[in-house]
Design a protein around this ligand. Structure first.
Ligand code: G3P
Ligand code: MG
Length: 241
């Protein structure tokens, strides 16, 4: 099965241009020619998969505060985000991406560690319902590696990326356990030696979040293959100049 990773992945859609993780952001990215987008998938209190990054609503919503997982999906839908946007369901975003034939990195973001398996299960159910269970167009990733264990059990044919940040424990056993496709590393923490080790271990290497073309060129020389960018269309254009 062909799997063409792009150079640039639209981070939360195109978060430097449109309100992050909204239908508007994904629509804008796709209309701009972006082929792959990344989104964050988190569960409401009644088990619906919403597309949202933070554990709390405080940063993004003007008429609500508190933990996302303390509200039902219906309640979450009534909260306002910048430019009149709303928190989308994962199902809606997948429908939109289907219209464009776009591909997606679904970052499974359990609102707490104890919800890792359930969040992954709900994500997988939604993906299947929407006909997005296509290994050529879908990559799962998570900082909560237990979520990747769940997707490995449920859908071993869908590739898995182990997300690594500064507070992460050693990623090596986790990557082996879930037979990871890629290591998705914080660009600020990468070194040439680490990149080499990851590639020599047989994993592909992705880096987040990079918004500087010269830095992308440097990381490319280390073997990083794809980059999460906040202005994906603009970055693609700059890199091709
Ligand atoms: O998946 C790449 C990136 O989105 C990971 O960090 O915090 O933006 O979800 P974050
Ligand atoms: Mg993310």
């Amino acid at each position: 099965m062909a799997f063409d990773l792009p150079l640039v992945i639209g981070h939360r859609g195109a978060r430097a241009v449109k309100t992050e993780n909204t239908l508007e952001a994904f629509d804008y990215a796709c209309r701009s020619g972006v082929k792959w987008v990344e989104l964050d998938a988190m569960m409401s209190s009644d088990g619906q998969v919403m597309v949202f990054h933070d554990e709390t609503l405080d940063r993004m919503c003007s008429n609500a505060k508190g933990r996302l997982d303390s509200f039902t999906a219906k309640e979450l839908r009534s909260f306002k985000m910048p430019n009149g946007t709303r928190i989308p369901y994962l199902s809606e975003v997948l429908e939109l991406l289907n219209e464009y034939g776009a591909s997606v990195n679904v970052e499974i973001k359990p609102s707490k560690s104890s919800l890792a398996h359930e969040t992954a299960r709900r994500v997988w159910e939604t993906v299947r319902e929407k006909g997005f269970d296509d290994p050529a167009r879908l990559l799962f990733s998570s900082f909560e590696w237990a979520a990747l264990e769940e997707t490995f059990a449920l859908a071993p044919h869908i590739r898995r990326g182990v997300l690594v940040e500064d507070v992460s424990p050693d990623w090596r056993p986790a990557a082996k356990k879930v037979e990871a496709f890629s290591i998705n590393y914080d660009a600020d923490l990468l070194t040439p030696e680490l990149a080499k080790e990851i590639l020599d271990s047989g994993y592909r290497l992705l880096a987040y979040t990079v918004n500087d073309a010269d830095r992308i060129r440097e990381l490319l020389s280390w073997g990083v293959e794809a980059f999460f960018c906040d202005s994906p269309a603009e970055m693609s254009a700059e890199l091709s100049r």
